[in-house]
Design a protein around this ligand. Sequence first.
Ligand code: FMN
Length: 414
Amino acid sequence: MSKYKILFKITGSIAAYKAAYLISKLVQNNFEVQTVVSESALHFIGKATLEGLSGKAVLSDTYENGKMMNHINLVKWADLVILCPASANTINKLANGIADNLITSLFLAHDWNKPYLIAPAMNSNMYHHPITKKSLGVLENLGVKILPTDSGYLACGDVGEGKLLEPDKIYNFILKSLLNNESPKGKILITAGATKEYIDGVRYISNISTGKTASAIAKILCEHNYDVSFLHSIDSAVPDCNFTEYIYDDFESLKKQLYSLIENNKYDFIIHSAAVSDYTIDKIETEGSSSIADKNAKINSELNSLTLKLKPTEKLLNQIKKKSLNKKIGLVAFKFVEQIDSQNPFIQVEKLFYSSQADLVVLNSLTDRKTDNTQRNFYLFDKDKMIAKNESSEKLALTLNECFQERIKNVTVS
Ligand SMILES: Cc1cc2nc3c(=O)[nH]c(=O)nc-3n(C[C@H](O)[C@H](O)[C@H](O)COP(=O)(O)O)c2cc1C
């Protein structure tokens, strides 16, 4: 994520403590955060917490010596402004053009080319009060993005609307607002999860893939403003971001959708991390009779013997470059091995480069799989050498982003 500057305004609400989590998340994701608080906000959250998390002195005084022009300069500085939590009092003041503190003065000086988000937090009656409702409408018409509230238990003991939206969801709104102003960095298709080869309607052969790695990569690439399509198995993990979703079940449905997507869309990159079954059911032999798999049937569970005959599936990876509408598509393949060859890991991926024409291959191993089925340690190769070793999916995604940006530059130039 590039270094966006966030002007983070906090008003007097019991939910102010949740702002601390959000500020921390923003800073951890490389945002620069400047907090501005109302006098009331300081009854709910301390300056030490906010300065500690943001790394910047907390501002609240319009008339602070040497900083008298903050009410204008901070607007110029910021890429995005958020009021979180937004009290009923401040919402009503903003809608009426009252500028009696730094938060409200900054609003009157706001540059409407920049996103302004309001995350209300208040008791249900305050939220549904006709004046508050009217003010939210006025602000929305001005171009402010009013975030929804959650329903649930409120600090006053009531249950209803007005609860501050979960900070992780607010974070996603911030990202979306910032990225809406920029064109996407590239169009990516990511495949995820495991195929299921059905024996009958209730039994199947599958593998340990969870889609967690692909999902983590998709989330980071969404956050880096790629246009992400995610083709995943029914029970795969899915990223917590805005993506275009496609769902497959068995090998045949993955194949059909994958080919159709790459033949009809101009993807810049494809990350093919779905764990595709190498075999599918050919015949089922049961006590003298032979049949094919039938998803509408259930094989008797009291048979004395049942033999499955498997046949190999087509290597989808090897078809991607050939079938893709974009002949310059960047292909990232995954290779899963029992153990990484510590002396010469390149020999474990060499063949795959030839057969698939992949641009990058990620090598990972069974020995590096944690007990919760999360994969760690990803070795990334180009056609000549290992270019990175990343311990986590998130770090791998950041490396892939760098590789993709490099490739976009080269493809544009050539
Ligand atoms: C314990 C307590 C919790 C409060 N929580 C909220 C709240 O969640 N939302 C709200 O709009 N006002 C709340 N208020 C009232 C505001 O703090 C009050 O209206 C204040 O004047 C807001 O000032 P500000 O908008 O300048 O921050 C609360 C007050 C107290 C004492």
